[in-house]
Write a protein that binds this ligand. Structure first.
Ligand SMILES: [Ca+2]
Length: 492
């Protein structure tokens, strides 16, 4: 990139920023344009990235980003489900503010998003892969010079994609195709401008269909079952007991892809189903990791490795047999926490780790901050840049507000809830019908509370809400919950 172009672009960013003032970026320095590569997968658990957890799989390429950047260990979603989490990330706003509270809603693309602000400031922007925020009119991707997205959930093999409004069929495997299209777009970009690419995979979403290259992995091994695999949901809410996302009962023929052997005991059948499920999930993740490696190699060869901020995340976490479940939705740890890794060698120390809280509503603000664009006041998150650069402010967020709205939607049947997590505690309120909800079909549900002491009970097996020893703590936690609720404006 030529020096004079850099100067012009800095000027553009400065002009754009005057029209959306208020919050200041955290650098205090003139904007220096860098490229932004925002890689996101769908339902990829931190448990299946070896930089986080070595029990299940080696992911050397995703680990490269962590080894050369920063890894967040307390990164949380505001609403653990696909479309709503994506809407939080685009807008920097919680679900009740961006309007996409559950997957039955569509996204109003006329609202302000970080890609629009980057584009206005002179970035080339593209969205390639899984969109999942609706199609047609204001639901199509907006704020992008180029977009090519899967319709709704999309297919693993020979997928259709919608390129700038036109449907096309592609031959091959979806993770390879999304990577090919992304590299091709970077290759043909206007090199006079910085770029922001959202490379968003469908994988490893249900029904976990591997490609031929990885289909035989793990044939002769037994994957370990997680600690809470045989959770009986005692001393927990009815919400946990009633959810229909159990490995032993709720995986269907499409998920399992073959009939189980005959004459298995219930416990043996559950273990057999788990192996079918987890192995396909890991095979699909192995393909993601290969393709992340292709992207990193490409950036290196193209000389883009050091002036591109590379981020790897997922739209939420996922249960991998934890609590006997697959899927997400709950505010429990495996679902609430997403993997979040960022590489930018100029500013971020290689191999660093932080336990400071990062939320998906902070992503938009972070990208704007790095691009030198002032962050609009309506955005509810905070730029993570100081945390990434190991200069976390002393008043950094230590509590997180969560709300899952999709009350008892089928087939997972999870009760709507809101709650708050601090470093040590998690408080959850399953309000059921008490507040109304987006999909009410329940008759006479009593609201329920759960309180977990994550220091004493990291697996969240023991609800201490009614335990007198926590009475004083509970009062403080409720105060903080209602303070946060008020702060984010979820007050109806
Ligand atoms: Ca998802």
């Amino acid at each position: 990139m030529k020096t004079n172009k850099l100067f012009i672009l800095t000027g553009l960013a400065a002009i754009a920023s005057t029209s959306c003032s208020q919050k200041e970026n955290t650098s205090g320095q003139p904007a220096k344009p860098m490229n932004i590569l925002y890689i996101m997968t769908d339902d990829h658990s931190f448990q299946t990235i070896s930089a986080y957890d070595k029990r299940y799989i080696q992911t050397p390429n995703i680990d490269r980003i962590a080894n050369e950047g920063v890894r967040f260990t307390n990164s949380f979603v505001a609403n653990s489900i696909s479309g709503p989490s994506r809407a939080c990330m685009l807008t920097g706003k919680h679900s009740h503010k961006n309007g996409f509270i559950d997957n039955a809603h569509t996204f109003d693309g006329s609202q302000q998003t970080f890609p629009k602000l980057l584009r206005k400031a002179g970035y080339q922007t593209a969205m390639i892969g899984k969109w999942h925020l609706g199609h047609g009119g204001v639901n199509d991707p907006t704020g992008f010079d180029y977009w090519n997205v899967l319709p709704d959930q999309g297919e693993y093999h020979n997928p259709e994609m919608i390129e700038m409004g036109k449907t096309k069929q592609y031959d091959g495997y979806v993770t390879d195709i999304i990577t090919d299209l992304s590299l091709d777009w970077i290759d043909h970009r206007d090199t006079d401008k910085p770029f922001m690419l959202m490379l968003h995979h469908k994988a490893p979403h249900r029904p976990w269909e591997p490609d031929a290259k990885h289909a035989d992995m793990y044939e002769d091994v037994t994957i370990p079952e997680p600690e809470t695999f045989n959770d009986d949901y005692s001393n927990r809410s009815n919400a946990a007991k009633e959810a229909t996302m159990r490995i032993d009962r709720d995986l269907n023929e499409i998920d399992l892809k073959e009939d189980p052997p005959e004459n298995l005991s219930d416990a043996e059948l559950k273990s057999w189903k788990y192996q079918r499920y987890i192995k396909d999930y890991l095979r699909v993740v192995a393909s993601i990791d290969d393709n992340v490696g292709r992207v990193l190699d490409y950036l290196k060869e193209a000389g883009l490795e050091d002036n591109t901020i590379i981020m790897y995340t997922s739209d939420q976490g996922f249960f991998l047999g934890d609590h006997g479940w697959y899927d997400k939705r709950f505010m429990y740890e495996e679902s609430l926490r997403m993997p979040f890794i960022v590489r930018y060698p100029e500013k971020i120390k290689a191999g660093s780790t932080t336990s400071d809280f990062a939320l998906n509503v902070d992503f938009a603000e972070t990208f704007l901050d790095y691009a030198g664009i002032e962050i609009p006041a309506f955005m509810q998150g905070t730029s993570l840049r100081p945390v990434m650069e190991d200069r976390t402010p002393s008043d950094w967020q230590t509590s997180h507000y969560y709300r899952y709205w999709e009350h008892l939607s089928e087939p997972h049947h999870v009760v709507a809830h809101y709650g708050m997590r601090t470093e040590r505690y998690k408080l959850i309120y399953y309000y059921g019908e008490a507040l109304g909800s987006s999909n009410t079909r329940d008759e006479s549900r009593e609201p329920e509370w759960e309180l977990f002491d994550l220091e004493e009970d990291p697996a969240e097996l023991n609800n201490v809400y009614d335990n007198p020893a926590y009475a004083e703590t509970l009062v403080q936690l409720k105060e903080e919950l209602y303070r946060l609720k008020e702060k984010v404006g979820d007050t109806e």
